[in-house]
Design a binder for this molecule. Structure first.
Ligand SMILES: COc1ccc(Oc2cccc3nc(N)nc(N)c23)cc1
Length: 200
């Protein structure tokens, strides 16, 4: 049944939708990290689990003691020969994002599917009809100084093909999770909002 929602979840710096600088994130946002963990882990049916889909470079940059990301089915997209990869519990490997998403749609114990990075996986999957939602944490530098970025989401494609939904629609998508009282969260030099986009 292909009724499982497939969502990209990412934090991006406005206005350019920057998502990385020299392979790292130019911010450390503790509450935002908690949002990411809670949204990707939470299921409404306790007999199910969500899947997180990521590129190999993202997988390899998670410290070994923190991977696989707990309470989620980790799927890694890699060009490596799949027969040479050792099997780990809660982890599967695929060569193509499309193959991964189609296989996940058929797994009954999977509830939601989240694409968690990196840039290559975001920008190649977003242009396929397989991705329905974007959970973008929109970040602004509170002092409006230039933050050096070298990796971006496909902003033009997003604005032409997706539209921003209301906070209520975000809330109903993620279920009963406290999003905090204020729309804007301030952490260090950054302020940000959790946004929810769906295809037009
Ligand atoms: C290096 O490995 C990883 C790098 C990034 C990653 O994704 C995130 C990490 C931390 C916070 C995140 N916040 C949002 N909104 N979206 C993501 N994809 C996040 C998950 C793993």
């Amino acid at each position: 049944m292909s009724s499982k929602p497939v969502s990209i979840i990412v934090a991006a710096l406005l206005p350019s939708f920057g998502i990385g600088s020299k392979g790292t994130l130019p911010w450390k946002l503790r509450k935002e990290m908690k949002y990411f963990r809670n949204v990707t882990s939470k299921v409404s049916d306790p007999t199910k689990i969500n899947a997180v889909v990521m590129g190999r470079k993202t997988w390899e940059s998670i410290p070994e003691k923190f991977r696989p990301l707990p309470n989620r089915y980790n799927v890694i997209i890699t060009r490596q020969d799949l027969t040479k990869l050792e099997k780990e519990v809660g982890v599967s490997y695929e060569n193509e994002i499309n193959d991964a998403l189609i296989k996940l749609q058929k797994l009954d114990h999977i509830e939601k599917i989240f694409i968690i990075g990196g840039a290559e996986i975001y920008n190649s999957s977003i242009i396929t009809q397989l991705v329905n939602n974007l959970l973008i944490t929109e970040i602004k530098h509170s002092k409006n100084v230039e933050v050096e970025m070298d990796t971006y989401l496909n902003k033009e494609y997003i604005l032409n093909n997706f539209e921003k939904r209301t906070k209520d629609e975000l809330q109903s998508f993620i279920g009963d999770m406290d999003l905090g009282e204020t729309e804007t969260i301030v952490e260090g030099d950054f302020e940000y909002q959790y946004e929810f986009y769906t295809r037009k």
